[in-house]
Design a protein around this ligand. Structure first.
Ligand code: ZN
Length: 325
């Protein structure tokens, strides 16, 4: 039996979180973490809020962390039903370099941990989002960003996993393994690891969900410093519709396919309460901008272009990124 006969996602596509001040958000992800701003757009459901996309040199699916900088939102509270951390992959041997960099730049970092055999450095972004850097030894699809302040060999290679808290495992386990094509990998202390491994390019860094079971845990809430949703890669719309149908069959009420212009999206809430998305690999961020010019100007989807003047007037000022200390 080929494992591709069952619908399956291909790993993380992007993670979207809520930030505070947009300029601080831009400065941190580009000048401290060294990612590329690959798209400067707006929240299509709230056009007075930016949507900033940070990724590798070409916006490769799976390398992208995006933000709605939305200082008026309440502060996020980590808890059950939330993604509580976004681990990012770096090459083996880079962690010491990053520790020194974080010290120099005053980034809030925590003790290095060994998780599932991987050296991990947890840290916080300026608005309270918990991230971590995880040393990996495998190759991944990644394009270096030539104008990054981070030397190529230490650059962030993409999303490694998502970590979430839930009160129980069974329902999410069933969704992941029976509907979305994940495999259960292993358990380590209170954490359970799953990997999207249903395709030849699946499994490994970028495909993981780690779930901590907190039976009497208090529900968290989203907001500034919290993750809004995690998106899973599907190759194209046909694959997206197949996974969508499998999700609908178990009663999870996925949305219809929504055109996000750079990809096609379907949203649904997994049984533990976390918002998931399916997102196609294409057409990608080069659809409306030269690859050389990504992120330089405010890009609107065509259906909002007619309102550009009004939309720009309501957005806060956002200048070029600066290095802060
Ligand atoms: Zn999304």
């Amino acid at each position: 039996m080929s494992s591709t006969t069952r619908p399956s996602v291909r790993g993380l596509h992007h993670v979207t979180a809520i930030a505070g001040d947009p300029q601080e958000n831009l400065d941190f992800y580009t000048r401290v973490l060294g990612l590329r701003l690959v798209k400067k757009s707006i929240n299509q459901d709230a056009p007075n809020v930016y949507h900033l996309f940070f990724a590798d040199g070409e916006g490769t699916p799976g390398t992208d962390i995006t933000f709605f900088p939305w200082p008026k939102q309440p502060k996020a509270k980590p808890g059950v039903g939330q993604i509580v951390e976004v681990p990012l992959a770096i090459s083996a041997g880079s962690l010491d370099w990053w520790q020194t960099r974080f010290e120099e730049l005053g980034v809030a970092q925590h003790a290095v941990e060994e998780r599932f055999g991987e050296r991990t450095l947890p840290f916080d972004d300026p608005h309270g989002l918990r991230l971590s850097l995880v040393e990996i030894s495998q190759d991944r699809a990644f394009v270096p960003w030539q104008r990054s302040p981070v030397p190529q060999e230490h650059q962030i290679l993409g999303l490694h996993s998502i970590r979430m808290w839930q009160t129980e495992l069974d329902a999410t386990d069933l969704l992941l393994t029976q509907v979305m094509g994940f495999e259960y990998v292993e358990e380590e202390s209170v954490w359970h690891r799953f990997a999207a491994a249903g395709h030849e390019d699946g499994g490994g860094s970028g495909s993981y969900v780690d779930i901590r079971i907190v039976p009497s845990g208090i529900e968290g809430n989203g907001g500034v410093g919290g993750v809004h949703h995690a998106a899973w890669r599907v190759r194209d719309e046909a694959e997206e519709l197949a996974v969508r149908e499998a999700i609908a069959r178990v009663g999870l009420q996925p949305t219809p396919v929504i055109d996000r212009f750079w990809f096609q999206s379907v949203y649904f809430r997994e049984p533990g309460g976390v918002l998931f998305e399916l997102a196609t690999d294409g057409p990608g961020f080069g659809r409306d901008e030269d690859m050389d010019q990504l992120g330089q100007i405010l890009v609107l989807p065509p259906w909002l272009e007619g309102r550009r003047e009004e939309i720009e007037a309501r957005l806060p000022h956002l200048g070029p990124p600066v290095q802060r200390r």
